[in-house]
Design a protein around this ligand. Sequence first.
Ligand code: THU
Length: 132
Amino acid sequence: MTTTQTLIDRALAAREKAYAPYSKYKVGAALLTADGEIYEGCNVENAAYGLCMCAERTAVFKAVSDGVREFAAIAVATENGGSPCGSCRQVLREFAPDLTVIITDAAGNFRETTLSQLLPDSFGPEQLSNSE
Ligand code: THU
């Protein structure tokens, strides 16, 4: 199986775990690290709506909190092939400006793009004089 198909399958599996009782819009993500590991994430909503967390950021925060900061690709699965939100694009850009982004619907119909296409002329750590 190709890496792309593996990521799509893992994003679809992660989507099954979404906690989205308010929007009913379930999202799954599968984030491929430079070492070939995959971190899954799903959206986690809250009765205080402003606290809802997206699937992509769940996956990034899981990886970074495990000490992993280098990423090659992410697959994002929704019912209708929705594209990652602006907040998630910015969080992904922090660690992986050249990330491959695979966007799939629930049936597995997908398209492939890049983070730099989704977030052109972006702001990042290089702009800050005190970045690591
Ligand atoms: N959502 C994500 O998980 N990722 C995105 O990129 C867009 C939106 C979630 C947040 C919320 O739980 C639901 O989808 C509807 O906005």
